[in-house]
Design a protein around this ligand. Structure first.
Ligand code: NAD
Length: 258
């Protein structure tokens, strides 16, 4: 087992990429803490893990709310007495619409969950990682980093671009604290993300159908799975990647190369 005695905190662990990663890290011996916005989703992941002999805890918090996040980390530390790994993964697609049609509060909601949430998870998690060192992995996307064809997803793409910068500057800040920081950029992955997506008036954008299509050369256009992504996260939080920090890894079957 690659993660024995380690404690991993996973935001958005109640679904999709977060859930698959929680299950895999627990299989590798980590004690897992899921932070998600509803008790039901977090508890379902915990049941999956506990039923197969793993150790897991669900904490309900909104990643964009400082007080809730601070309390979540206190609760996790009280339970496990250490935190080694942060998988900062909770996110929404939000509203995808022509720029003049996006309301300011819709813009703010995407920025708050995806970017402020990344900041708050790091801010309240890092003091615990500093006690012994550790690893942080942030879920960005191909969108905003190597692909720009999801026209209308402006707020989303901006948060995903910012997460890469955040990871790089933080990698330097935390290097001498023996904390590595890396960022993953998935392409199309089959998850529940469409439930957090509102597409509106995209037909107002002239020419849109010509460039939004997803191509995935490696699988002849079959989307990836959450388990594919979980394997990458395991590598990045394990000792196998001990000399890797401040880098992004695209995981998209080559889709963003087109
Ligand atoms: P998902 O919807 O299945 O999972 C997201 C999880 O985040 C859910 O459990 C949800 O409850 C949680 N969440 C959302 N807002 C929250 C909040 N305010 N506080 C706490 N938890 C919150 O989607 P997913 O595809 O697994 O998404 C995970 C990450 O992967 C996201 O950051 C997303 O942007 C990124 N991503 C996904 C894809 C894809 O194709 N699925 C591609 C690139 C990047």
């Amino acid at each position: 087992m690659k993660l024995l005695e380690q404690v991993a905190v996973i935001t958005g662990g109640g679904s999709g990429i977060g859930r698959a990663t929680a299950v895999l890290l627990a299989k590798e011996g980590a004690k897992v803490a899921i932070i998600d916005q509803t008790p039901e989703s977090g508890e379902e992941t915990v049941s999956n893990i506990v039923n197969t002999g793993g150790i897991a805890l669900a904490v309900t918090a909104d990643v964009s709310e400082p007080q809730q996040m601070q309390q979540a980390f206190q609760q996790i530390f009280e339970k496990y007495q250490r935190i080694d790994i942060l998988f900062i993964n909770a996110g929404i697609n939000g509203v995808w619409a022509p720029i003049e049609d996006i309301e300011p509060d819709e813009w703010d909601r995407t920025i708050n969950i995806n970017l402020r949430g990344t900041f708050l998870t790091t801010k309240y998690g890092v003091p615990y990682l500093k006690k012994q060192g550790g690893s942080i992995v942030i879920t960005s996307s191909i969108n905003g980093t190597r692909s720009f064809r999801k026209v209308g997803a402006t707020a989303y793409a901006c948060t995903k671009a910012a997460q890469v910068t955040f990871a790089k500057i933080l990698a330097l800040e935390l290097a001498t604290s023996h904390i590595r920081v890396n960022v993953i950029c998935p392409g199309g992955i089959l998850t529940g993300i469409n439930e957090s997506t509102t597409k509106r008036h995209l037909d107002w954008i002239p020419g849109l159908p010509n460039f939004v299509k997803d191509n995935i050369p490696l699988t002849e256009n079959t989307a990836g799975t959450s388990e594919d992504v979980a394997e990458l996260v395991l590598f990045l939080v394990s000792d196998a990647s001990r000399f890797i920090t401040g880098t992004e890894v695209w995981i998209d079957g080559g889709g963003s190369l087109i």
